[in-house]
Design a protein. Structure first.
Length: 478
């Protein structure tokens, strides 16, 4: 018996119809026999009638079998496809024969096989490209200097790149999987921890904040951004985090702000003095000649101070654009040093500083840019004078040997801490020491001196101890 809803096979349906036809034939023969018997002719023609009926049934069966053979095979294959769970290509078989039904079926199989082959190739290619794309994306993420992470709604990391591991001092990015992003970035210890948590908890909208990793900017500053990850295939809430180290940017901004403050002071003080003395000279006719000379000298000194400051700014601009060039000429070292000392001597005398100068008896002439080397030496001697207390000591020593001339400036001044020593040649850098902050300065002189030494193929060396003094050496090739 067949279950309800399943149609009988075509062959069985046709055979059933054939048997019904056969039974009809038998009933017809029986009727004929009865008719013949009624007329008394049964014995003469009954054998002929039976043979004819049997021949008709046999011929009909042969024709029926040949008719339904191909159709039955097609139906059987289609039924196996409907009932089986395996792939279609293992269930479909070509038909033998040259009839139109067999040819049509075999053509259908060829097209299905081609479609399946193309689908298989496309599937393999898609899988291969997907693997290549994922590997390529992993390489891109690993090469980014910014930290990138993906976290779940609870803040646990499910994906991280190498840069994030470096921010957290972790060995590799896989060690961060499962950790909380706030633990990795250690913002709980930040003074802005509460404000950060409030920002993040308010909504799933993008959030950007800065995270200072210590008491000072030099300890590190990170810019952290959180963005909602939109994934149409997954309903879980996830976030993408980007972490960028902006320490150098913030240090540069702080240095620039410090420079603006210093520059404002450097400009305002001389201008105020010039204005005050000029107004005094303009509105008071009873000033004696000596007092007038003193006023004029002060105005000249302040104008020179302004000019020197403007020259420093121009030099920095040329240094940044790479346009600081040398004009080399043969220069007498002894005369150059004497001119530099005369330039700085009034300031030394004003602070009662003991100055000592030692020159090697045989100093060669150098092919240098005299003005720039002189400005560099003025910077070194000027700094030594500025940052040495009254009645301190400044020493200038010039020596030549092994194809090199060294200008060594020593002082007994404030000195430089070991922590700040690597920064002394940075543009606009000034020590955080309160004693240094009380003294005017731009933080440009040493940067200029180092650039001049580099352009000449030389170098500037520094050795300093806090509260004991400093030693700067400008070395130029002979």
């Amino acid at each position: 018996m067949h279950a309800p809803g399943h149609a009988l096979p075509l062959t069985r349906r046709l055979l059933g119809q054939y048997l019904m036809f056969g039974l009809a034939c038998l009933f017809f023969c029986l009727a004929c026999s009865l008719s013949l018997a009624w007329r008394g002719e049964l014995t003469e023609r009954v054998s002929i009638a039976a043979i004819v009926a049997l021949l008709i049934l046999g011929l009909g069966g042969v024709v029926l079998h040949r008719t339904v053979a191909l159709t039955s095979q097609i139906e059987d294959q289609l039924r196996r496809i409907a009932d089986a769970s395996s792939s279609v290509e293992t269930l479909l078989q070509p038909l033998s024969g040259s009839g139109p039904a067999a040819a049509g079926w075999n053509a259908i199989l060829d097209r299905v096989a081609n479609q399946m082959s193309l689908a298989d190739i496309e599937k393999r290619l898609s899988h291969s490209l997907s693997g290549v794309s994922q590997h390529r994306m992993a390489e891109v993420l690993s090469s980014l200097p910014e930290g990138v992470a993906v976290t779940d709604a609870a803040g646990r990391i499910v994906l991280a790149n190498k840069a994030l591991a470096s921010f957290s001092n972790g060995p590799v990015e896989t060690s961060l999987i499962g950790k909380r992003i706030d633990d990795v970035l250690s913002w709980a210890a930040s003074k802005d921890a509460q404000a950060i948590q409030q920002k993040l908890a308010q909504s799933s909208r993008p959030v950007v904040f800065e995270l200072q990793q210590g008491d000072e900017l030099s300890d590190g500053v990170l810019r952290v951004g959180r963005y909602l990850l939109v994934d149409t295939e997954r309903s879980a809430t996830e976030y993408v985090w980007s972490i960028r180290d902006i320490t150098q940017q913030r240090l540069a901004e702080e240095t620039r702000n410090q420079f603006v403050f210093t520059a404002t002071h450097e400009l305002r003080t001389p201008l105020a003095n010039i204005k005050a003395y000029a107004e005094t000279l303009a509105f008071h006719d009873d000033i004696d000649v000596e007092e007038q000379k003193r006023f004029y000298n002060t105005i000249g000194a302040e104008a020179t101070r302004l000019s020197r400051f403007v020259d420093e700014l121009l030099n920095v601009s040329r240094m940044q654009s790479g346009a600081l060039a040398l004009s080399r000429n043969e220069t007498d070292i002894r005369r150059l040093v004497e001119e530099v000392v005369e330039h700085v001597r009034p300031e030394m005398e004003g602070k009662l500083i003991r100055f000592e100068m030692l020159l090697s008896p045989k100093l060669p002439k150098l092919m240098v840019d005299k003005d720039k080397v002189a400005a560099s030496l003025v910077n070194l001697l000027g700094n030594a004078t500025k940052y040495t207390p009254e009645q301190g000591r400044v020493r200038l020593e010039v020596e030549a040997d092994a194809g090199e001339v060294r200008f060594r400036v020593e002082d007994s001044g404030i000195g430089i801490s070991e922590k700040e020593l690597p920064k002394v040649f940075d543009k606009f850098f000034r020590s955080a020491d309160e004693r240094v902050q009380e003294i005017t300065g731009t933080g440009l002189g040493l940067a200029f001196t180092q650039e001049v030494a580099r352009l000449h193929g030389g170098k500037v060396l520094v050795h300093s101890e806090l509260n004991k003094g400093s030693q700067f050496t400008l070395a130029l090739p002979a």
